[in-house]
Design a protein. Structure first.
Ligand code: ATP
Ligand code: MG
Lengths: 282, 250
């Protein structure tokens, strides 16, 4: 009886393990397939001349999309990073409990909104109502909305990890709450906050949906005007050119994906390095 | 120069739990007062009420009054209170990412001292007083975390006295230290008491006997007995004090 029971349990355990292995393998397989396809096709399609030519020239290139992505992400980071960090500091250090809860809730909601909705809302508000047309600023704002919750939550979480004993050391010395945060408490949290900003940049860089309705698309280099002028970006190339029936278009799409992958990979390596440095310091 | 602290009908809560039940004490100026008592009796809570750190915890509350000299500490800005009353914690808590020098200079800078010469002088003086100067004078720019636990605790003492408070609170300052560092801290307390009113929490009865002029025995959030140290240790009036110091409980 007992052996039958234990055999049954063992069998259950085996099935459990088997299922988890299978699930893991499926995910890994999908990921590997994605990476191999992008790297394989991207590496052979990529030409250095793509960095110096816009998409409509001969040979065709990605310069306009690269510069456009850069412009949009820089704009969005300039808005999202200070706002997110200040917001995170406020929620963690200053906000009354109820206010903190409300902001946390709103942040959750914001990060749960599908990015296409963010894009469409931006379209109605900025592109149409405010008359900005498809523009860098509208795209930048849409990305800001995507990036802000990551930065805010990461900042708050990093600050929350700073031990109470350190805060008490600062307060015990007669520092105001503001002095304590600006002179002492932010320091151990700095690499965590930087991580949040970098992750947000990586996420913003990979977004397509919020930009489709806000930044528009341009096949020439951005003129760095904030409004009334459309901007191209790498994810748009991936998204549309892969559907076109020409090999040259496919090459551009794979190269754009390849570049994005490289940049995101690079950001992740930097993030890892920041995190290990933090855990080494203890 | 230093001033006495008088505590009247002090009560402290954590949430709804009453932890200090009406404490009355007169802590004399330029003397060392030791607080002894079993774990959880409210020693830390008591001294954290003196520099108004208790009330920073969510849900924590204080009632009653504390005077430093003639000043009602619960009627002034807590930030000012903590500038007058320095604190050394049980676990060394130097600012981890700042250098040894900056750990001490920060409080001075916030107090308005920016002249480099003055800063150096004050840093050296505090480190001398904390008996740490000799060990760190060649490595002032290294991070504070590169010091040993005992050195970190003496750094924290130096940090607290650098800003020249009037009172120094020490919550088991030697509990994480080896015997040599402990001795150093005790010598330091001896030296500092001319300039500061010192309150020291300790679990070590010999330590209380060695350093304190007065000793208070706490039990369950109340002061059972408060008298000069010799009396407490040789001729206590309360049976519970006697039981505690002879090791019959606690
Ligand atoms: N942050 C807190 N939240 C809730 N209760 C607390 C908190 N800190 C202390 N207490 C409670 O208050 C009582 C007194 O604690 P306190 O830290 O003052 O004791 P203590 O005499 O310093 O003890 P020890 O010698 O162990 O340091 C204890 O019963 C403890 O459980
Ligand atoms: Mg304690």
């Amino acid at each position: 009886m007992r052996t039958a029971h234990s055999r049954w349990r063992k069998w259950q355990a085996n099935v459990g393990w088997g299922a988890s292995w299978l699930a893991t393998a499926l995910v890994l397989f999908g990921l590997a397939d994605l990476v191999i396809t992008i790297v394989g096709r991207g590496a052979v399609s990529f030409r250095w001349s793509m960095l110096t030519h816009v998409i409509q020239s001969t040979p065709s290139g990605l310069q306009n999309a690269i510069l456009g992505t850069l412009e949009l992400v820089v704009l969005a980071t300039l808005m999202a990073a200070p706002l997110g960090i200040l917001g995170g500091v406020y929620v963690s250090e200053f906000a009354p409990l109820q206010v903190a809860k409300t902001i946390r809730f709103l942040t959750e909601v914001l990060s749960g909104v599908p990015s296409i909705v963010v894009g469409y809302f931006g379209y109605l508000l900025m592109v149409l109502a405010w008359g900005w047309k498809f523009s860098a600023l509208a795209g930048g704002f849409a990305l800001t909305v995507i990036m802000l919750p990551y930065i805010l939550r990461n900042t708050e979480a990093s600050l929350q990890q700073v031990p109470l004993s350190l805060r008490e050391a600062a307060w015990g010395l007669g520092m105001t709450r503001f002095q304590a945060i600006s002179r002492v408490i932010w320091r151990p949290a700095a690499s965590g906050m930087a991580t949040g900003v970098l992750m947000a940049i990586a996420i913003g860089m990979g977004e397509t949906a919020p930009l489709l309705y806000t930044a528009g698309w341009s096949s020439v280099n951005p003129n760095f005007q904030l409004v009334h002028s459309q901007v191209g970006y790498l994810t748009y190339v991936v998204w549309t050119y892969i559907e076109q029936p020409y090999e040259s278009a496919h090459q551009l799409a794979y190269s754009a994906a390849f570049l994005l992958l490289l940049v995101v990979l690079f950001i992740n390596v930097v993030v890892r390095a920041l995190l290990t440095r933090r855990s080494l310091r203890g | 120069m230093s001033q006495p602290i008088s505590v009247h009908n002090l009560k402290a809560w954590y949430g709804t739990q009453l932890t200090l039940k009406s404490v009355d004490m007169e802590l004399p100026a330029s003397q060392v007062t030791a607080i002894i008592g079993p774990s959880g009796c409210g020693k830390s809570t008591f001294i954290r009420c003196l520099n108004r750190l208790h009330e920073t915890l969510p849900g924590a509350r204080v009632e009653g009054d504390v005077h430093l000299g003639t000043q009602d500490l619960y009627k002034v800005d807590p930030v000012d209170v903590r500038r007058m009353i320095g604190m050394v914690f049980q676990k060394p808590n130097p600012f981890p990412t700042l250098s040894i020098f900056d750990n001490i200079a920060l409080g001075l800078r916030l107090g308005g001292v920016h002249n480099r010469g003055q800063l150096r002088e004050a840093v050296e003086r505090s480190l001398q007083m904390a008996a740490l100067w000799g060990e760190v004078k060649d490595r002032l720019s290294e991070p504070a975390t590169s010091l040993s636990g005992g050195q970190q605790q003496r750094l924290c003492i130096a940090r607290a006295i650098a800003v020249q408070p009037e009172v120094l609170l020490m919550d088991e300052p030697a509990s994480a230290l080896d015997p040599v560092s402990t001795l150093r801290v005790e010598e330091l307390v001896e030296q500092l008491k001319d300039t500061y009113t010192i309150v020291i929490v300790t679990h070590n009865m010999q330590q209380a006997a060695r350093v304190a002029d007065e000793t208070a025995f706490f039990l369950n959030g109340e002061v059972v007995e408060f008298a000069d140290t010799t009396t407490i240790f040789t001729n206590p009036t309360d049976k519970r004090t006697e039981d505690y110091i002879t090791g019959r409980f606690g």
